[in-house]
Design a protein around this ligand. Structure first.
Ligand SMILES: [Zn+2]
Length: 288
């Protein structure tokens, strides 16, 4: 029988490309060529992007003054045993479906029958949002997420499933310190509005595009306020669904997780490469 260490790694990271969807108010993503092989003898790209582009990590400093910055997160926190909570059935409750503590509790009890404190300290929530929304494949946009209408090179993300504060608190109280999700945020995002084109010159005053929803970000506050870590915009979690499990049935998958954010010195967050592989209950080899 193959050991879990013989399983290949699965990449849970979105590709980063010009015009990919961003949360309203975040910088547009633009990747251009700075040097070329033909002209300069080497190919080098110029990147213009926000620290919360694509699959990325939120460090406590994202919301907490004086909080830990992304370069100060320890690999021992970012990598190790984790569990995926498969909740694709949320999609049946609509795009803006809330994941409540009552909805989460039976799944946690099934995974950790001896008590929620036996959950791994890292939990990834799979809502199926990334799979169902072609706007979030990580490739340049061709249409509005709701209407299919072309909205230009970039588009803000729209409504998506999210956790309620009591669901976040349930996980935090169980000892979870890293929460990942396949949506742009574990909190609700701003209403889907096409952003305006980037300004031609230096901005004068507040940005003209739609602004982030001011909803208090309760899930962010539970985790980042407690010096925990958030990972957003994951993809590929559905590949861990156990065989013969219908999409409407909630599931769990025990994994080994590796989250590798760029160590942007003294900054709030960073794009991250995220990988996972199935984990046996007897696996003891550290992943990092
Ligand atoms: Zn973020």
């Amino acid at each position: 029988m193959p050991t879990s260490s013989s399983h290949p790694w699965t990449d849970l990271t979105r590709p980063i490309s010009t015009g990919m969807p961003v949360v309203a108010g975040d910088p547009h993503v633009e990747i251009s060529t700075a040097l070329t092989l033909e002209r300069d003898g080497a190919w080098v790209s110029h990147l213009r992007l926000g620290s919360h582009t694509g699959t990325h990590v939120d460090a406590p400093a994202h919301l907490v003054a004086g909080g830990r910055t992304v370069d100060r997160l320890d690999l021992a926190e970012l990598c190790g045993p984790a569990v995926i909570l498969g909740l694709e059935s949320l999609a049946g409750s609509g795009r803006h479906a809330p994941l409540t503590a009552d909805r989460l509790r039976p799944l946690i009890e099934r995974f950790a029958p001896s008590g929620p404190e036996t959950l791994p300290p890292r939990v990834l929530v799979h809502t199926g949002y990334a799979h169902n929304d072609p706007a979030h494949t990580g490739h340049p946009r061709t249409g509005h997420p709701h209407t299919g209408a072309h909205t230009g090179p970039d588009s803000a993300v729209g409504e998506h499933p999210y956790l309620t504060q009591d669901a976040a608190r349930l996980l935090w109280d169980a000892g979870v310190r890293l929460l990942g999700i396949d949506t742009p945020s574990p909190d609700p995002s701003a209403p889907s509005e096409p952003p305006s084109e980037p300004p031609a010159g230096p901005p004068a005053g507040p940005p003209a595009g739609p602004q982030p929803a001011v909803n208090g970000l309760p899930v962010h506050r539970v985790f980042l306020g407690g010096d925990g870590i958030l990972v957003e915009n994951l993809t590929g979690l559905g590949s861990f669904r156990p065989v013969r499990t219908p999409i409407e049935t909630d599931w769990t998958a025990r994994i080994t997780l590796g989250v590798y954010p760029l160590p942007l010195a003294g900054r709030d967050g960073a794009p991250a490469r995220v990988v996972a592989r199935p984990r046996g209950t007897d696996e003891r080899t550290p992943p990092c």
